[in-house]
Structures are given as C-alpha cells and as structure tokens.
Design a protein around this ligand. Sequence first.
Ligand code: SF4
Length: 610
Amino acid sequence: MGSFRNRFLRVNLSNSKFSEESLSEATVHDYIGGRGFGVKLLYDDLKPHTDPYDEKNELVFLSGPLAGTNAQSFSRLQVFFKSPLTGTYFKSAAGGFWAPELKFAGFDGVIITGKAEKPVYLWIHDGKYELRDASYLWGLDCDDTHTLIREELHDNDIRVACIGPAGENRVKYAGIFTDRRAAGRGGAGAVMGDKNLKAIACRGTSKVEAADREAFTAAVKEQITAYRNNPQFASFSKTGTQIAEFTNVLGMYPTKNFREGVLPKWQEIEGASYTKLRVRKSGCHACMVHCGNIVRMYTGRYAGTWTDGPEYETTWAFTGPMRKADIGLTIAADKLCDDLGLDTISAGSTIGFAYELFEKGIITKKDTGGITLKYGDSTPVMDLLKQIAYRQGFGDLLAEGSVEAARRIGQGTEKYAIAVKGLELPAYDPRGAKAHGLNFLTSNIGADHNTGYAGQEVFGSPFPFAVDRFAVARKGELTKWNQDLTALFETGILCSFIPSMGLLSEETFGKLLAASTGIKDFADVAYLWKVGEKIFNLERMFNVREGFTNKDDVISERLTTETMPSGPSKGQVFEADELVKDYYKVRGWSSKGIPTPAKLKELSLEFTIK
Ligand code: SF4
C-alpha cells in the first residue's frame, strides 16, 4: 500500500512476547490511518472499564500514512490509551522525527500491553526489535535518557520517545517526550511508567515510497505552493504559536484561575519578546513551516536557561494562572517540564488552582510545605514542578490533577478546578469564544483545544462561515465542522497547527493520501468528511461504553455563572447548556449525548450498538 506499510509490532511486556500484525483491507479503507486506526484498535482491544493501570491497557504508538515522505507536516507521532487523568479514550500527539524513523525502521505502529518486571526500553531497528535493560536509565530526565540510549547503541541518529521521572512516578499528566516535543496531555507517560517502559528507540534506513510517484510529487508541489501563498505562513513560521497578543486583545487570556481575561503586561510574553531571545529556529521532519524557536535567557534569575519553545499554551500555563508575565520563568519552566516529563498545561493549571485556594485561605503554608503562593509571584512554580514530578510533599497531591486534588481537599473546592472530564482547560476562556468552549465541553478527551480549534473565533477565519465570537447561534454546527475536520486530517496525523492556520485544503490532503497509498477513495473529499465524523462518533461510543453521558459534558460553574469582570469580553458568560443542546441535535445524538442508532448505522458503526 505504498507509503503505508501495514506492519504493526505488538509487544507484551509481561512475557516479553512480540508479534507482527496487519490490519484488514476493510479496516484500512474504512479508517484510513492515524487517529482512525488508534480509536478502532482501542475500541476493539480494551474491555469496558479496564483500569488505566491494568496491564491490559494499551499504549498504541502510531505514525501516519504520510510520515517519512516529503509531504509537509505529517511527521507526528500519535499515542492512544485509556487515560488515568480522565478515564476516557485518549489521544496525544508529538512532532519531531520519531514517527518517520519508525517508518524507516519498517513499521507503521507499535502496540504495547502488559507490564515489565523491571525497567526496560524497546529498541526497533531495520525490521528487528528487542527489549533492553533500562535499570540504569530509571530516574533520569528525558534529555539524559535520549543521550545515554544513543551512546549505548553508538548511533547519534537514533530517535527516542521516552518518559521522565514524572512518568515513572505516575503523575497523572506525565507525557511522552521525543526530541523535546511532547505527547503531553492525558497521562500517556504515566501509563508508560506503570508498564516499566522507559523508552522506545528507533532507527531505520528503508525508504518510504508512494504508490503513485508521479501523482504524489504533483500533490506535494500543490501543498508547498498553497503554504507559500497563504498570508499566515510567514508570520507563523517566524513566531510559531505565540498568540498571546490575539487572546489578550480579545480579553480571553485566562488569568487568576479564569477570573480575569487580560494578563497585566502581556506584551512581555508575546511573540516579539521571544523572537528577541531566539538562538535559532527548530522544526520537525519534512515541514517547511519550521515553527519552533530555541530561546535562551541572558539576564536575570534564569540567565543561561534555554529551551526549545515554549509554545503559546506553555507560555500561558506559567503566566496566566499566577497573574505574572515573567518570560524567564516561562523558559525555565518549559525546559524543566521537558526534562521531568510533565504536561505544561495541566501542571500550570493545577498550580494555578492551588494559588486560588491559598488566596482564599483554604490551604496554607502548612499544606504547601512552607511555600507562599501569591498572585504576581510565579517563582514557586519551579519548586512545585519538581515536587510534582517526584511526588514529594504538596506535589504529591498536585500530581493527581486539579479535579482529583479538589475531591480530596473537599470544602467546595471542586468549583475552582477548571476542567472538563478531568482535563484542565488550555489557554482560552470560553466566555470570549463560545465554539472554542463548546469544543472543550464535547471533545472526547476532555478540554483539548486541538480537537476542534475554533480559528474562526480567535483569528477571524471566515471558513466555513464568519462568526461573532460571543454568539451562541450556529456554534453547534461550527464545532461539529471543526471537530470532524480535525479528525479527518488526523487520519494522516497532520500537525494540528496546520488546519488552524488554514494552510492545507481537504482536496490536497485527499490527493496526497490517494497517491501515497494507492487507495482511490481517499481522494474523495466527501468520503474523508464521513470518515472524520465516524472517528469522532466511535471515540464517543468508547466513552459511552465507559458510562460517560451528557452529565460529563460540563465545565466549572465559574464560567457559566460568573460574568467576565473586565476587558474586551466583559459581561460574557459561557452558555454551556444552550450550546451543548444545539450541538447534540446537529450531531444526531440523543439529549443524553449518545449517538442515536440511526446515526451509528449511517456511519457503519452498528457494532457499537448494544
Ligand atoms: S508546523 Fe511546526 S510543529 Fe507543526 S510539523 Fe511544522 S515545524 Fe512541526
């Protein structure tokens, strides 16, 4: 099948058994790849109510059908698992070079089950594979793990996906890291740590060839031309995801645990400020956007610290929740999270939750081990991140995430945990962007911005139609469109930044897929949309099988009852009930948020009807 090899490696860590498998022709046709395969594998393999830390929970590492080719921005690794943070189906993605290397090594994906007796890492090279002792790596940070595995195997071109101490200690929002890029959200690193799997290292020398080389070359040319002609391309390429200017000007930069929408002195942490600190650009395999920035602090408390990033979300996570625009701290905290193996969004947000409890006197220095949490001072963040990763002192509680921490603290603190289905909200206040918030409510993994990014509200994109960001009308329709479009593109594991910038059309994507795999139906845009919708509904049915309903499509009452007190979104609330009801109708779901039998039949998902 051209660039898709249909070769998956299954590893049971409990008995060190390996097997190779391939998907049926029908599955490949019906789910295309990437996120389609991920949810189908998890739905079929996991029994309902499997504990995320049961040895039967799977970690599915997938490359997309276009990874390893010169099609642009398809180098992402996507990891699928049942999340210890949310209890839902989960997907988490990282850019870089690991996924193409897996293809060069001869495989499309790796499915991990079981638990090793002692720490191991998996070494995949040119069609061969073995488990190796990782005892000497246990306890090391992600950077050192990369370095030592390359040294042990005498090859600096090896690509490594690994966990840090946070994953080993089962911090519920520990991620998997590769070349300083993170599959951060939802606790993939915690599941990997629970399995005693420190890393997967890959190296390969085989070529990834398209089924129809001529058509593929033409489609890649079309993609490159579209990138170059897009007015967003140059600025995105220069500053990457730094959009603090947009969200502050719109009054939706969550500040003080979502109590305000504008960060004082936000200009100090926007794109131009990072550009001044840039050492060089960075990027992923086969992506001309090259949006990453390696930055370094030269002065102040964090002088000498460098990092690859931070992205916008990380910038927010270590500024908004503490109400302090300290660029040095964002750089230092980003590097520390990359080293320790922590998701920056959940880490910053959970720390921000603790700031509010401290201000209200619900927790004191006795609880925090002597640390004072005061708005305007973000310096405690560094110590707290270490405590979280090693589950020391107060960090042990914060390692559970804000929702579970609130449950344990009690005293009505649940309302200060700003999350959906246990996943902390990212850097957008839903009161300033209603479709964005509706996506948080209904995304199958909890409050994830990348599942249906409403660029129409943040950047004013007029596709599929222009919107008033405060309006409720047509937001169900828009959210479904954004979510299905994302699912469609994630069959190829396209970088999530590309659709939000409008850089790639479904038509060109279809041509790339069809030419690379040789499957003609993939060029049919209507077919691609149907598969996108199907994937989203199958994810929903995974969660329904776990007991999730409309009762879980809820958000902190702060956002639905307290009006934004000031700034450009002043006076707004988030009309969650109205929005979600409209959304269910548009989706063809019942009032309980469950896809109807008619909808499931229409999408050929009858097998999920019980
Ligand atoms: S846009 Fe940026 S993050 Fe996405 S693939 Fe390209 S370089 Fe990587």
